[in-house]
Write a protein that binds this ligand. Structure first.
Ligand code: ZN
Length: 275
């Protein structure tokens, strides 16, 4: 089973959505995962038309969540905002919305409290996603992101939350965030058995990474055994898109067509069936 490659729009962050769709299609990719700010900059209707005019699939939508970011007093506003994101994702025809729950609450250092508040908020947002027919794809982020982005940090936690939350939940497996975790392969298999693998993000961890957030590598540049991840995902029954998601100041400084051409070569190498 060969996975097809898609591009998360953040990878070509300097481009508007029309520019990104044109560049991604020209580089030979079949899909685009879009960000809400880029969609809203031109209107949802226009975004939908442009993406389909370029023959691209909408392979995902970013993002819902960050429930804890503004403290307990801000949770309701974050839920409302996530509901709006879900509506846009549904209008665009995205199957899932990437869900990043948020880090510590500003008022306390308690991880337990942050997790409790985030879980409750996610449960309340989920009803809206179910009605809209969009999966909430829970993404575990590397523990170094726990303070400010996500207190869900392992695939085991993501699976546990999905078990508790039930229908309408799915999972993102992002190799960049979870490659270090000895339990990850078993958790990918567990998610596969539960039928909840909806999104597969690929990016590489550079040996001398310069930045926590903004220095991801093109697949093959870093230390992650991405072929093993590819094989683990397909063995678990995943048949979706391999999505290249690169938050990287280095890549953003490259001419986008050049960056996409390098990523295309890397994807062909990684996703081809031969070892
Ligand atoms: Zn990701």
């Amino acid at each position: 089973m060969t996975l097809k490659a898609t591009i998360n729009q953040i990878t070509v962050n300097s481009l508007s959505l029309p520019e990104a769709a044109a560049a991604i299609a020209a580089a030979g990719f079949g899909g685009i995962t879009v960000w809400r700010d880029k969609v809203e900059a031109i209107s949802v209707r226009a975004a939908k038309d442009i993406i389909s005019d370029h023959g691209l699939a909408v392979t995902g939508f970013c993002i819902a969540g960050l429930f804890t970011r503004d403290g307990r007093a801000g949770v309701q506003a974050r839920i409302d905002d996530s509901r709006r994101s879900i509506d846009i994702a549904a209008e665009l025809g995205a199957r899932s919305i990437v869900t990043v729950v948020g880090g510590l609450l500003p008022e306390t250092k308690s991880l337990d409290e942050a997790r409790e508040v985030a879980f409750e908020a996610l449960a309340r947002t989920l009803e809206h996603a179910r009605a809209a027919g969009v999966l909430m794809a829970l993404e575990a982020l590397h523990p170094m992101y726990a303070p400010d982005w996500s207190v869900v940090n392992t695939l085991a936690m993501a699976n546990d939350w999905c078990d508790r939350l039930g229908p309408g939940m799915s999972m993102v497996v992002d190799c960049y965030h979870v490659w270090w975790d000895p339990a990850a392969p078993a958790e990918v298999a567990r998610a596969g058995r539960a039928g909840r693998l909806s999104d597969f993000h690929i990016g590489d961890w550079l040996l001398e990474t310069k930045s926590l957030l903004l220095d991801r590598g093109i697949p093959g540049e870093g230390v992650i055994d991405l072929r093993a991840w590819r094989d683990g995902m397909t063995a678990a029954g995943f048949t979706g898109w391999a999505e290249v998601e690169l938050f990287s100041e280095r890549i953003w400084a490259m001419p986008p067509a050049e960056a996409l051409a390098s990523i295309r070569v890397a994807c062909d190498r990684l996703l081809s069936e031969a070892e």
